[in-house]
Design a protein around this ligand. Structure first.
Ligand code: SAM
Length: 287
């Protein structure tokens, strides 16, 4: 495309706006499918994210995109990409580090003292993997100190994009800064090519994690194993209270008695009847 034509296309793109009706259809679909609330204050954000889908699909306008989705059964094919585009995936290694201190100093010793040697942990909105890999580093260190522990970590998310990145387990050197130096030496492999400032998670640690797609909106979570620990952090904030209640109640069904639930520091379970007691800030134990 010549410069002039590209400039005209950019102006057209910037002028294209979602109609109220299309916004309502899209936000209704997103809410029903993923639980993510999309109030009208998020219109500009949604437009920004959908522009990338328009470019990727070659569909010229929001109106054409919505016609394709809702009038021509495009939702079957495009729905998954639309959901990928609207999820917010911000995450970090050792995010909310107090949770990992609690895990090492209190939760794991308590579980072992209660006779749990087979530990199943679940990162239920794992994004690109920083959370389950952090859990795996903490868990592996503990298992080595303790001996006789059999552990496995499950990591699930709704977005297929983030799961792909999580499975690869390659991160920028900047992103792994919060990992303590001793763990960095043990669990991160630095690229031999110094021009690539990136690291790869050690294959053994990767082998301890099973990744899969799971929608927290599902009626039941078929995880197979009962869990000793569930992390559901920084995803509840996107849901309304009734959705939070349903998700948390189903997560509690997956926990063993005496198992631990971790939610994000800005999230609350207050007012939701759950079979748990609070044991630390944003940490709950099933009773
Ligand atoms: C902000 S990230 C949080 C990542 C990680 N738990 C953390 O605290 O760093 C939120 C994640 O929730 C996922 N998510 C949103 N709705 C979901 C749903 N209905 N089921 C499963 N995952 C969902 C998003 O795809 C995103 O990766």
């Amino acid at each position: 495309m010549g410069n002039g034509v590209a400039a005209v296309a950019r102006v057209r793109e910037a002028e294209d706006r979602l109609s109220n009706r299309n916004f309502e259809m899209l936000s209704g679909f997103i809410y029903d499918y993923s639980g993510i609330k999309m109030p009208s204050s998020k219109m500009t954000m949604l437009e920004g994210r959908l522009r990338r889908r328009l470019r990727a699909t070659g569909i010229p306008t929001f109106n054409d995109y919505c016609d394709y989705l809702f009038k021509h059964d495009g939702i079957e094919k495009e729905g998954i990409f639309l959901i990928d585009a609207v999820t917010t995936n911000k995450t970090d290694f050792f995010r909310e580090p107090k949770h990992f201190e609690y895990m090492t100093e209190t939760a794991l010793p308590e579980l072992v003292a209660a006779g749990h040697k087979r530990l199943r942990l679940w990162s239920s909105a794992c994004s690109i993997g920083a959370e389950p890999y952090t859990m795996a580093m903490v868990m592996q260190d503990f298992a080595e100190r303790q001996g006789g522990i059999d552990y496995k970590i499950y990591a699930t998310d709704l977005s297929t994009d983030v799961l792909q990145a999580a499975r690869r387990g390659i991160y920028s050197a900047d992103m792994v800064q919060p990992v303590p130096p001793e763990m960095r030496r043990k669990y991160l492999m630095v690229s031999r090519d110094p021009s690539r400032a990136e690291v790869r998670i050690h294959p053994h640690l990767r082998s301890m994690i099973g990744f899969g797609r799971l929608n927290l909106m599902d009626d039941a979570y078929r995880m197979g194993d009962p869990m000793q620990m569930i992390f559901c952090r920084n995803v509840l904030i996107y849901f309304d209270k009734p959705t939070q209640a349903r998700v948390l109640s189903r997560l509690c069904d997956c926990l063993v008695k005496g198992g631990f639930l971790f939610v994000g520091h800005s999230e609350t379970v207050t007012g939701i009847p759950l079979p748990v007691k609070q044991v630390a800030n944003t940490v709950f134990k099933k009773v």
